[in-house]
Design a protein around this ligand. Structure first.
Ligand SMILES: *Cc1c(COP(=O)(O)O)cnc(C)c1O
Length: 378
């Protein structure tokens, strides 16, 4: 079998081609390339979908996080708590703004912030907490929000991998991921669950004043044109991307369902193998499976990847080096974080193809080959 990819954007496009092509052509015909009507319309539609008051579209997910931290008015040296087991963007913006990343550990089963680790890391200098809903599963937000509230620390959700996901509080209140913290951030990178055809991102909040501040920061620090109140940046979502996202937002729930079906198939196929640990599903959330990430027990992961590739099955390691071990943080003062769970996971996770268009035939091929390779190497 040929052509299996981690993410297959071409096939997805073919299903929505007439709509997408017409939307792109419309933007070109109207030449409303910057801040055209689709940008505001998409922002409103996404706000309705998420159940938040304000959505501020921006240029990418990294900018979304940066603008959020800038708008909170943090000062150099302020501490920001984040997991180390995440994509680098989460912590890079912290360092870029001369804030101090404080890395904490994650839970071995959900890959998201460990509340005990969070409690221990809080000091009088902690000025923000960034939980990451890694691989598409919400962090334990009820506990995290309670800890944050107790210390009066703002929570910025990194929802780049979990858009479309939800969270159910113990009082049965059900909300969307990204809508629980003071600020939520997301990315529309093409391979994300809600991806555009280039770069894009957005910031969410229910706080009116903060929304104004973030809009201003993203627009060269101006509210009135050519009158610059603060040092900001230039971060806009292109109109063409917004037009595409309006179409894909209407499909997001279906896309998440398709991803869950793939995960169900994998879970069932691997259930009886002790050395393949399938991803845990927390009871408080609906996993949207941005990635399908397994842990391998006592099997050489590099060899697994090699043998899978020979058989035409791609796989990826998200991420081969945890953030606190990256060279970019070598110079960071007191960077002596002990994160045993992060180190443990980083050495044994492996992700299999998952996207909205995988066929049963392809899934059978992937699981059969994966099991054969694991048996061979065990
Ligand atoms: C993709 C991603 C980002 C950054 O998004 P970009 O649009 O690529 O800048 C941030 N955090 C996480 C967890 C991500 O997966």
């Amino acid at each position: 079998m040929q052509g299996i990819q981690m993410v297959d954007l071409k096939r997805q496009y073919h299903h929505i081609k007439p709509e997408v092509d017409a939307a792109i052509q419309n933007v070109i015909d109207t030449t409303a390339f910057i801040n055209g009507p689709d940008v505001a319309a998409f922002g409103k539609e996404l706000a309705t979908y998420l159940g938040v008051k304000h959505v501020i579209p921006c240029a990418n997910g990294t900018d979304a996080l940066q603008i959020a931290l800038m708008a909170l008015g943090l000062q150099p040296g302020d501490e920001v708590i984040t997991p180390s087991f995440t994509y680098i963007a989460t912590v890079e913006v912290v360092a870029l703004l001369r804030l101090k990343p404080v890395f904490i550990d994650v839970d071995a089963d959900t890959f998201t912030i460990n509340p005990e680790s969070l409690k221990k890391a809080i000091t009088s200098k902690t000025k923000a907490i960034i939980p990451v809903h890694l691989y598409g599963q919400s962090a334990n937000m009820e506990t995290i929000l309670a800890i944050a509230k107790e210390h009066n620390i703002p929570v910025v959700e990194d929802n780049a991998q979990a858009i479309g996901g939800d969270y159910t509080f113990s009082n049965d209140q059900k909300v969307k991921t990204g809508s629980m913290g003071l600020i939520g951030c997301t990315s529309f990178f093409p391979s994300k669950n809600l991806g555009c055809y280039g770069d894009g991102g957005a910031i969410f909040t229910n706080d009116d004043a903060l929304a104004e501040q973030m809009k201003m920061v993203a627009n060269h620090g101006q509210k009135v044109r050519y009158y610059h109140e603060v040092v900001g940046c230039n971060s806009r979502l292109d109109t063409i991307q917004a037009a595409i996202l309006r179409i894909k937002l209407r499909k997001l729930d279906e896309y998440c369902d398709n991803r869950r079906k793939v995960a169900d198939f994998y879970d069932a196929a691997f259930a009886k193998y002790d050395n393949i640990i399938t991803p845990a599903r927390a009871s408080y959330t609906k996993h949207v499976f941005h990635q399908y990430t397994l842990q391998l027990e006592g099997v050489d992961r590099n060899k697994v990847q090699e043998k899978l590739a020979e058989r035409g099955v791609p796989s990826m390691i998200y991420y081969p080096v945890a953030c606190h071990k990256q060279n970019m943080f070598k110079g960071l003062s007191d960077n002596n974080f002990e994160l045993p769970v992060t180190d443990f996971l980083q050495s044994r996770v492996i992700s299999l193809p998952i996207h909205t268009e995988l066929t049963t035939q392809e899934l059978e091929f992937i699981t059969k080959n994966f099991i054969e390779v694991i048996n061979e190497l065990s």
